[in-house]
Write a protein that binds this ligand. Structure first.
Ligand SMILES: Cc1cc2nc3c(=O)[nH]c(=O)nc-3n(C[C@H](O)[C@H](O)[C@H](O)COP(=O)(O)OP(=O)(O)OC[C@H]3O[C@@H](n4cnc5c(N)ncnc54)[C@H](O)[C@@H]3O)c2cc1C
Length: 313
């Protein structure tokens, strides 16, 4: 039996597992999907590096974890904000960060394709019930699943937390990546008002595209049914007057963007949830404390520290 069970193998759960690994605390990580990384997934097609989820990192301070993970040369600067903070991307996609973390998880048990349904507490041990009927126990828990899933886990364990998580709301987004030869599309992107862009970014950096090419990475919020992946690229081409792309990739995220952290009362809600969490349980993830990739690394470490303190009390 491991000391800690981590629920969720996205970046938050992986960062927590990595921190526990460094502290020599035993852990089991449970992930419902067949792959780790959660909303992060990168691929290389026809020489284009395509991120289906997160791809821009905001760097406001030094990241010691980059060198710990051997990733100093894996990033490049794509721009600077007016406040001087750097915009960073991974040369081979954000998946590089996931891969580096996973490679360093040697001692813990990773259980993919296992869905956690409920949590409980039996005789000083936390219990985690899986949907296949299996029950596992540990002295501490790190819940690294979004609120829309964590709500069900807490339903019988701590209903007051579940009731607060149930109120979390999300926006959809579809990420579209299109590869072109330079000159085939007008840069900078200037979408007409009805093009449905939530954001549009492009890169001509040869770290991510073949020489003489450009990759458009666009967030689209067309209303249904225009968002259907099979017609979306054609809709965009029609709106923008673009020719057929060399590569096209669409990722529909029905609940990509948690709206709650932008509400003025979110901090108070999180303070109330933290106060309700049993000692020995941490709740982390982009729905709760900042939605940026780099915040996940810090949160994973904080959660690992919290449960380690509990274990050595
Ligand atoms: C489309 C998109 C674009 C983004 N772009 C950016 C960006 O450019 N820059 C940036 O900084 N951030 C971006 N973000 C935010 C960034 O992705 C997140 O901060 C981070 O990746 C979220 O990690 P997480 O582990 O908290 O959550 P997730 O990645 O959602 O991981 C949660 C994990 O929990 C698992 N899980 C859920 N329920 C269960 C269960 N019952 N049992 C077991 N496992 C379960 C899920 O399968 C998943 O793997 C983006 C997010 C999305 C979705």
């Amino acid at each position: 039996m491991a000391d800690v069970i981590i629920v969720g193998g996205g970046l938050s759960g992986l960062a927590a597992a990595y921190a526990l690994e460094q502290q020599h605390v035993s852990y089991t990580l449970i992930e419902v999907k067949g792959r780790l990384g959660g909303s992060i997934s990168s691929q290389r097609r026809a020489g284009f590096v395509i991120d289906g989820g997160p791809f821009i990192l905001y760097q406001s301070e030094a990241w010691p974890w980059l060198s710990d993970l051997g990733l100093e040369d894996a990033i490049y600067e794509i721009g600077r904000l007016p406040d001087g903070n750097r915009l960073i991307a991974f040369k081979d996609g954000t998946q590089s960060l996931v891969d580096a973390l996973v490679q360093r998880l040697h001692s813990g048990q990773v259980m993919p394709r296992m869905s956690v349904s409920t949590l409980g507490l039996v005789e000083d041990q936390f219990t985690v019930c899986l949907e296949n009927g299996m029950v596992i126990q540990a002295a501490a828990l790190i819940i690294a699943a979004p609120a829309r899933y964590a709500e069900r886990m807490f339903y019988t364990f701590e209903p007051a937390i579940s009731e607060k998580l149930l109120r979390f709301r999300y926006d959809t987004i579809t990420r579209v990546s299109l590869g072109y030869r330079q000159g085939q599309v007008t840069i900078p992107l200037e979408p007409p008002p009805d093009a449905g862009f939530a954001f549009g970014y492009w890169t001509e950096s040869e770290t991510r595209v073949p020489p003489g090419h450009v990759l458009l990475q666009i967030g689209v919020r067309y209303p249904l049914p225009r968002t259907r992946p099979e017609t979306l690229v054609a809709e965009l081409q029609k709106d923008m007057g673009w020719p057929d792309p060399i590569v096209a990739d669409t990722n529909y995220w029905p609940e990509a963007h948690c709206l709650n952290p932008h509400h003025h009362e979110h901090q108070a809600v999180m303070a109330a949830i933290d106060a309700l969490l049993p000692a020995g349980v941490a709740l982390i993830g982009s729905d709760y404390h900042g939605d940026r990739v780099e915040a996940r690394m810090a949160q994973g470490r904080t959660a690992a520290e919290k449960v380690r303190t509990w274990l050595t009390r």
